[in-house]
Ligand binder design. Structure first.
Ligand code: PRT
Ligand code: ZN
Length: 304
């Protein structure tokens, strides 16, 4: 198996994704949506691509930026927070980033926030001077503190950051939040957002210069199609010519509507891809404005 890892590179593309965690299912779903299929291997670390020469490496998310930087993997799906923290650590060591964000993927959204015990009134970053802040993101926190011109002590913890103030390890925390429930359960209140994060496709700064170049471009084109269609629906309906302008006003998110005449009738047939939610309310509004025979269909693939 070691041989496969070492020699699979140059002709095949290798994508690192999280083995298990919040981003593993969304990452697989996105890649499957791009037409990728894999043979699961027994060691469950390496999945050989069956439909295209694109293999998966299943790893801890924290390892993904380093794998791309080392060239052990070509692309990776990882939180922007992890990618930028890794880049921040490299920058402190005088190394260039060696990867960049290729696409934001619209899943795994969260914020990196500074949070204080609820009892403390928040005015401005200056009040952090001399305090201890617990975080798993020391490079990002350090950068932000420097921008604020504040000297605080960074207490680096690999987990259970939210509990640090109650344990007397820190005065404040800098951690990821999505719903905010964990902070609230620990009597902490978010006061500043340091970073808006989501899962991203990360890849090298420059291209590959070999067979992987075409493969990565193919994958990007398909991914763009999948991302564009994420919440999209195909809407079909009929309407009189007179009603069309006001109907189109109700469809600001419709992409290039196609309008065709119906033989032997003064009605027109319309079809449009809507990128926003097509709710019952919207259908009722369209019907009131003169649409009939409304049909909403899922859109599976799109190649522009
Ligand atoms: O094992 P491995 O190292 O691969 O996984 P991990 O445990 O380090 O990461 P994982 O699976 O927890 O998260 C992977 C990525 O998901 C993160 O890097 C973020 O980009 C993204 N993400 C999105 C989140 C959250 N939302 C999130 N809420 N990552 C962590 N959390 C944690 C947060 O740290 C806090 O403990 O969830 C808690 C808060 O949640 P709320 O909903 O109570 O606010
Ligand atoms: Zn991790």
């Amino acid at each position: 198996m070691g041989k496969t890892y070492a020699t699979a590179g140059r002709e095949r593309l290798r994508i690192a994704i999280q083995k298990s965690g919040r981003l593993s299912d969304p990452a697989r779903a996105l890649l499957a949506g791009c037409g990728l299929a894999w043979r699961e291997s027994r060691d469950r670390l390496f999945c050989h691509g069956e439909s295209l020469p694109i293999d998966l490496l299943l790893v801890r998310d924290d390892d993904i930026p380093g794998l791309i930087a080392d060239g052990a993997c070509d692309l990776g799906i990882v939180g922007r927070n992890v990618l930028l923290e890794h880049a921040g650590v490299r920058a402190l060591q005088g190394q260039a980033a060696a990867y960049r964000e290729w696409r934001a993927l619209g899943v795994g959204s969260c914020r990196l926030v500074l949070a204080l015990p609820e009892a403390i009134q928040w005015h401005a970053p200056a009040q952090l001077q001399g305090l201890r802040i617990a975080t798993s993101y020391p490079a990002l926190l350090g950068q932000w503190l420097r921008e604020q011109d504040v000297a605080a002590e960074i207490v680096t913890l690999s987990g259970s950051v939210e509990i640090a103030p109650r344990l007397g390890q820190a005065d404040a925390v800098c951690d990821l939040v999505s719903s905010g429930a964990t902070l609230a359960a620990n009597q902490l209140r978010p006061v500043e957002t340091l970073l808006q994060s989501e899962a991203v496709l990360a890849g090298p700064v420059a291209g590959f210069g070999d067979a992987r170049e075409d493969l990565s471009m193919l994958l990007l084109r398909r991914l763009d199609g999948v991302l564009r269609l994420k919440d999209s629906k195909l809407l079909l309906f009929r309407a009189s010519r007179r009603a069309v302008p006001s109907l189109l006003e109700l469809l600001p998110d419709a992409e290039a509507p196609v309008i065709t005449g119906i033989d032997g009738s003064d009605a027109l047939a319309l079809q449009a891809i809507c990128h926003g939610a097509v709710t019952w309310q919207r259908l009722e509004d369209l019907k009131r404005a003169g649409a009939s025979g409304l049909l909403v269909l899922p859109v599976e693939r799109m190649l522009a």
